[in-house]
Design a protein. Structure first.
Length: 104
């Protein structure tokens, strides 16, 4: 199963319609401190232990993943896929920079 790429309107609609969806922020801690999407879980894909920490997540849930511009979140989706995650994996194209929903 390959991950999906969705732009902000479709990403938000898919997440809000998914009772099994988890919003995952894979940016660095300083980036998260600047601005984040409410309700997101933080797991920095740039940390060397990302793959190990990701195994603590439920692999059957659907993950809606974002970063600053979409590159690191695509990388995170690939890592989750390779780690045996069986749920839907969705990358936010354009990242939080292109996100048109509420942030905090």
């Amino acid at each position: 199963m390959a991950y999906e790429n969705l732009y902000s309107p479709e990403f938000r609609a898919a997440l809000s319609a998914d009772p099994n969806g988890v919003l995952l922020d894979v940016r660095t801690a300083p980036e998260v401190a600047e601005r984040r999407i409410p309700g997101s879980l933080h797991l920095d894909v740039m940390q060397p232990d990302f793959s190990v920490n990701a195994l603590e997540l439920d692999p059957t849930k659907n993950y809606f993943v974002y970063c600053r511009s979409g590159g690191r979140s695509a990388q995170a989706c690939m890592i989750l896929e390779e780690s045996g995650f069986t749920g839907r994996l969705v990358n936010l194209m354009g990242g939080i920079t292109g996100y048109d929903g509420p942030t905090e």
